[in-house]
Structures are given as C-alpha cells and as structure tokens.
Ligand binder design. Structure first.
Ligand code: NAD
Length: 257
C-alpha cells in the first residue's frame, strides 16, 4: 500500500521504539518524514533508514520553542505537513504514591501531557491555516484506561491523552481534521526495558504478554500498522477514537480469566 504518496508526516519520539517503526511505516507508504526526537543520534539513524526524503529535528517536545522549531523545519523542508503522529513519551518514576516528589510528577506531565498539547496545538494551527483537513494520531496507552499502583504519573498522563483526543476531535471535526489515538499494551522497547529493570523480577513483560489472548508481546510494527490506518483515508469516518492494540489484554476478566 502507498497511502501517503506525496504527504509529509511529523513523528515525535521517532528515534526509538514505536516512533521509529511509525516513521518507517509511513515512509514505506510514500510519506516524507519529519523525525523529531530529543536524541540526535537516534533520530539521524532513523532518517538514514527511510526510503523517502526525511529530515531529523532534535527537539524536546515539552519545550514550546522547540515545537515551533520542528514545525518550521518541516515546513521549510517540505512546504506543508499533512500527518502527525504525536508519540514521544516517558514512563518516569515507579515510586509508591506517598513517596512521589512533585518533580517526579511534573517531569512526566511535561513530556506526556504538555508536550502532546504543544504538538496538538501546533498541528491544529497549521491545519487551520491550510484549511484542507488533516489527521493526527496520539500514542496513548492501555494505562490510560486502567490503574497500576506504581505508575501514577504515567497513567495520569495517559488518561490526559484521552482528553486531548476527545477535545481535539470535537474542535477538528468541522475543519475536516480527524484526531485519534492508539493504546498499545506490552511492546518491548527501550521504554519497557527500563520499566522491567526498575520494577524488578516480578514484572517480566514477556511472561505477562504470554498470558494475553494472542499469547505474545506486540511489536513496534504492530502498532505502526494501526497508526498508519488511523492517519489514512481508510479511517476517514473515524475520529475521537482510541484504538487498543494490546493482543486482547484489556478484554481479560481478571476475576475469572
Ligand atoms: P522508547 O523509549 O523506545 O522511545 C521513545 C522515544 O521518545 C525515544 O527515542 C526518546 O528519545 C524520545 N523522547 C523521550 N522524551 C522526549 C522528549 N521530551 N522530546 C522528544 N523526544 C523524546 O519508547 P516507546 O515504547 O517507543 O514509547 C513511545 C510511546 O509509546 C510513548 O508515548 C509511550 O508512553 C507509548 N507506549 C508504549 C508502550 C510500550 O509497550 N512500549 C505501551 C503503551 C504506550
């Protein structure tokens, strides 16, 4: 499929994991990619792997000026931006709630909520100016629908992403702008490797993934397929939706599995 021929896609957190796979999938379907990440080496590497023209921008998505800078760089390079995958995110602290510091909490909110808001606002300003419609996909999480005792800042931030999707879909609909999210389950990436180390041996991700209906962890490519669908015209009548991609983990009745 070449659903994005001639389109330009911004992908944040493109240097690793889900963002890297998304950049590669969108490029494989014809998009030129503006690959944004705080890690310059990683994002240079992903741009070098793309089959279409791409640029890298080193930017911290929680920094308002840096968001303006990646928008300007993309527009200078390609003239316009058609698609956004707002994906960059961090786990942050796993401390028990009474031990969390304000900094622990605010660090996660800065990247996962303020960063997503700034990307959304920039995208909607651009779409409003162009007046040709558009599509935005956030990386949400099943943590945005569930609770974990040791993941408070992260899960709070992902619940907030649901709010961004719903509000932006309401604003964007009349402009022809669709806004959706993908909620991955267990996908072994650098983010999850860090979590496994921090949380200790009782939380082996692969073992837990083996208990889900599909009996395996997800791959970044599994998630990129959903992102590409939601960004494409195949999802032309879908907005305000968070699509879960978790191997069925969320449907398990944990009281009587
Ligand atoms: P990852 O750590 O492999 O990749 C995240 C990328 O984002 C890295 O390249 C990192 O440098 C970049 N990044 C981090 N902070 C940034 C910032 N402030 N500005 C710009 N770039 C920044 O992690 P991943 O698993 O690919 O996670 C991507 C997204 O997917 C996150 O929003 C995460 O919450 C979400 N998610 C992941 C999983 C999973 O199982 N891996 C599950 C649910 C949701």
């Amino acid at each position: 499929m070449r659903r994005f021929e001639g389109a330009v896609a911004v992908v944040t957190g493109a240097g690793s994991g889900l963002g890297r796979a998304s950049a590669q999938r969108l490029a494989a379907e014809g998009a030129n990619v503006v690959a944004v990440d705080v890690n310059t080496d990683a994002v240079l590497d992903v741009v070098a792997s793309l089959p279409t023209p791409g640029i890298h921008v080193t930017a911290d998505v929680s920094d308002e000026d840096a968001v303006d800078a990646y928008m300007a760089a993309g527009i200078e390079a390609f003239g316009q931006i058609d698609l956004f995958h707002l994906n960059a995110g961090i786990f942050g602290s796993f401390a028990p709630i009474p031990d969390l510091t304000v900094d622990d909490f605010e660090r996660v909110m800065a990247v996962n909520v303020r960063g997503q808001f700034l990307g959304l606002r920039a995208a909607l300003r651009h779409y409003r100016d162009r007046d040709v419609g558009g599509s935005i996909v956030f990386t949400a999480s099943i943590a945005g629908h569930r609770g974990s005792a040791d993941l408070l800042p992260y899960q709070t931030s992902k619940h907030a992403v649901t709010g961004l999707v719903h509000g932006a879909a309401m604003y964007g609909g009349p402009l022809g702008v669709r806004v959706n999210g993908v909620a991955p389950g267990i996908v072994p990436t650098e983010l999850f490797a860090a979590a496994a180390t921090t949380r200790g041996g009782g939380n082996d991700m692969t073992a837990r993934a083996a208990t889900t209906p599909l009996r395996r962890a997800g791959t970044p490519e599994d998630i990129a397929g959903v992102v590409a669908f939601l960004l494409s015209d195949d999802a032309a009548y879908t907005t305000g939706e968070i699509v879960t991609a978790d191997g069925g983990a969320s449907i398990v009745n944990t009281v009587r599995p």
